[in-house]
Design a binder for this molecule. Sequence first.
Ligand code: ZDP
Length: 283
Amino acid sequence: MKFTKVQGLGNDFVLVNCLEEGNIPAETDLAQLSVRVCDRHFGIGADGLVLVLPSETADIRMRIFNSDGSEPEMCGNAIRCFAKYVYEQGIINKETIQVETLGGLRIPQLIKEKGEIVAVRVDMGEPELERANIPMTGPAGRVVNESLQVGEQTFQVTCVSMGNPHCIIFVPDVDKIPLSDVGPKIESHFVFPRKTNTEFIQVLSADEVRMRVWERGAAETLACGTGACATVVAAVLNGKTGRKVTVHLAGGDLLIEWAEDNHVYMTGPAVNVFSGEYIAGSS
Ligand code: ZDP
C-alpha cells in the first residue's frame, strides 16, 4: 500500500489514494488497517488513516479512521492535509476543493506563496447546537454553560457539533487539567451516545485562547481542527471572546473565525512528512 504521511500541527495522518486500483484491496477491514497503520511501534504511526475516494456529489471524498479504528464524521486537521495531498498529487487541479465527508460538504482553499502551499483555509460549515444533534441526551435546546457531573467532579460544559461532537470546558489554567484521567470519563459519559471529543480552554484575551484536547478514539493529541472551531463557537456563546480567535494548541496555532454567514472558517498549516510503501500484513 502506497501512502504519504502528512501532519497539521502535529496531528498526523497516513493518506492513501484509493483512486489507484488495488492500493487497498476491496476486502480490507479498514478499521483494523487503521489500528495497525497508526500504531507508533508496530506501524507507520499516526493519529488517523485518511482515504482519498471518488465522490458523486463533490470533487472528491474523504474518509477518516481514528487510531482505535472508529470512523469520525469529520476531521479539521486531516482535511487540510487531504486538500494539500490531492492538489500536489494532481488528483484535483483546483485551489478551492469541494470535499464530501460523513459530516457533510467541506470546502478547503489552498493558500499559496511563490507556488508553495503555505496554509489551507477551510469552510468548515455551520456549527450544530441543538442537543439531540450533538448528539447528547436530555431536553431540547442548546447546551451552553450547563453542569455535567463526572464522577465526583462537576464541569460547566458547552457542546457543539462541527460534524463531530465536542464538549468544551473553560478553565483558568489548561496545564492543571489531569487530561488522561478526566478525558476518557467525559469521552464515554452516558449523555454522549456517540461519545465525544473534549476541549479544555483557557481564555487569554478576546482574540486568543489556549486549548488542550482529549480526542474521541485517539486520546490526547497535539491539535484538533474541529475542536478549535467548536471552541470558538462555544467562547462566543459564553461571551468570552470575539468571533475571530487564534487558538494556541500544543502543536501550534489555528486561526478560527465564526463569520456572519454562520460558517466557521479555519486556517492552518499542512506539512508533508514522508511517503512510502506499507507492507500489508505487518503488525
Ligand atoms: O471526532 C473524532 O472522533 C475525532 N477524533 C476525529 C478527529 C478530529 C481531529 N482532531 C480534527 O482535527 O478535527 C483530527
